[in-house]
Ligand binder design. Structure first.
Ligand code: BES
Ligand code: MN
Ligand code: MN
Length: 461
């Protein structure tokens, strides 16, 4: 292992140069205008993996964006690790708020600024560089490594479950490892054992069959924006609980042991709020900020539009109002069931002069992974080797849809060993990733390979 670690340390600056090249490719998955760039990114990765000595590195076209797979075979008797990552990124909007262009990476101080630097190109690239360190020193990693890198994570992973179903045999492994989550804080490593799920919908209310003069008709014809805003406002009660009928029915409650562990985490609420420019929190009554933001379900309006939003004033009673609404789910809530519950609730409240259009855009299940596995123990030890302290086990509020799919389709648990920070501004302007964390992540992955080979080798293998 020492040789591989030394190699990574010596090559650190070239690794960063290569990551910069990867970050210049604008692989925005949600916007069809970028489709050729997404494909180009996939091809770049295939080439890169091939050059590292993967036994097979290929691009598979899908209905959406390509899936990249590669295989590093070390030995039939050795355990197999499946690495998942996503090479697509969020749109860079709002562009005006970037201090440097999103796809022209720059290093400022110890941070690398670019869209995707943390989420998730920077983090998936750590896995490639850990593999390079093994390939160039010992000729093979200590475990078999398969990679599956997708280009649709940021828009709902529509093609991935089908691909996993179709390639069950190829994907056979002992565990999945993913670096697409955050550390608890700078220098405070953590491993994530819980992710929230998601139901994302787009809704519209249509009233009069054209935009109306608000002087001629206002007061007598109900306004769709007013009606939609009222509905959205009523989706929470005074205790900040969600009022949709049956919304909490399937929720797995936090155990008191879990609540105690969470309360013991070194979470600085005041600093956390300050970092986003807010002075007080707003949580569901009875839950702490950390519980509410990681282990309780939510409902948020992500965007709302209709009527006139240009310069100046235009007196209009609009025909239509629309909104995008996301709900973060926790285990055992079912994404489609939650969509149906919201739809029924909204239908019941739709004014008789209006029509509700309701469309589910995507869904993902929340998950809790096995914390007692050999792979988890190996990851904890790997992280400890880098940071000198045991990682905290945490739940996070974000979603990685494939984690539930790997469990359901392949029966595999995932180890979520991530090196982001909440302050990295993922999905925001000026996304960045610490070069220290990039190097630490590579080191942790190298250590994980060696430790998992030892630890799994002595039990099931
Ligand atoms: N890497 C994130 C998940 C994440 C979010 C990790 C916050 C750590 C902190 C992932 O790329 C992501 O953004 N997921 C989406 C999934 C959605 C589009 C289904 C999310 O959580 O919004
Ligand atoms: Mn991600
Ligand atoms: Mn993301």
């Amino acid at each position: 292992m020492k040789k591989a670690l030394d190699y990574a340390a010596v090559k650190a600056s070239r690794f960063v140069d290569e990551l910069i090249e990867l970050l210049t490719l604008p692989s925005v998955s949600t916007d069809p205008a970028y489709a050729d760039k997404v494909e180009k990114t996939a091809a770049w990765l295939v080439d890169h993996l091939g050059a590292l000595g993967a036994t097979s590195a290929r691009l598979t076209a899908t209905q959406g964006h390509p899936i990249v797979t590669a295989h590093f075979q070390a030995g039939d008797a050795l355990p197999t690790v499946l690495v998942y990552g996503h090479y697509d990124v969020q749109p860079p909007d709002p562009l005006a708020l970037w201090e440097s262009p999103p796809f022209e990476p720059v290093i400022k101080g110890s941070q690398l600024y670019a869209r995707g630097s943390c989420d998730d190109k920077g983090q998936l690239f750590m896995h490639l560089k850990a593999l390079e360190a093994w390939m160039r020193t010992t000729g093979r990693p200590p475990v078999n490594v398969k990679l599956i890198l997708e280009g649709e994570e940021e828009c709902g992973s529509a093609s991935l479950p089908g691909f996993i179903e179709e390639h069950k045999e190829w994907l056979d492994a002992d565990v999945v490892i993913i670096s697409d989550t955050s550390m608890f804080a700078s220098g405070v490593p953590s491993i994530t054992y819980g992710l929230r799920g998601m139901t994302y919908v787009e809704v519209s209310l249509t009233g009069p069959d054209r935009d109306l003069h608000s002087g001629t008709y206002g007061g007598a014809i109900e306004n769709p924006i007013n009606a939609l805003a009222r509905m959205i406002g009523n989706m929470h009660d005074a205790d900040h609980r969600i009022t949709i009928d049956g919304f909490y029915d399937e929720v797995v409650a936090l155990t008191s042991a879990e609540r105690q562990e969470m309360a013991a985490l070194p979470f600085d609420v005041a600093a956390w709020l300050k970092e986003v420019g807010v002075s007080v929190s707003r949580t569901e009554r009875g839950y702490s900020e950390l519980e509410a933001a990681t282990a309780r379900p939510t409902l948020d309006c992500n965007g709302i539009w209709g009527g006139y939003i240009g310069e100046g004033a235009k007196t209009v009673l609009p025909s239509r109002a629309s909104a995008k609404i996301s709900m973060r789910l926790v285990p055992n809530q079912n994404p489609k069931d939650i969509a149906a519950k919201l739809q029924a609730w909204m239908e019941a409240k739709t004014p008789p002069t209006m029509r509700l259009d309701f469309r589910m855009i995507h869904g993902a299940e929340g998950v809790l992974v096995d914390t007692d596995s050999t792979a988890m123990a190996a990851a904890a030890k790997a992280v400890e080797g880098v940071y000198g302290c045991r990682p905290f086990l945490v739940r996070i509020g974000g979603s990685i849809p494939v984690v539930a799919d790997f469990k359901r389709i392949l029966g595999l648990d995932s180890v979520l060993m991530g090196f982001g920070l909440d302050s990295d501004a993922i999905h925001s302007p000026n996304e960045h990733f610490g070069l220290d964390r990039f190097a630490e992540g590579i080191e942790a992955i190298i250590r994980f390979h060696a430790l998992y080979a030892d630890m799994a080798g002595s039990d099931e293998h």
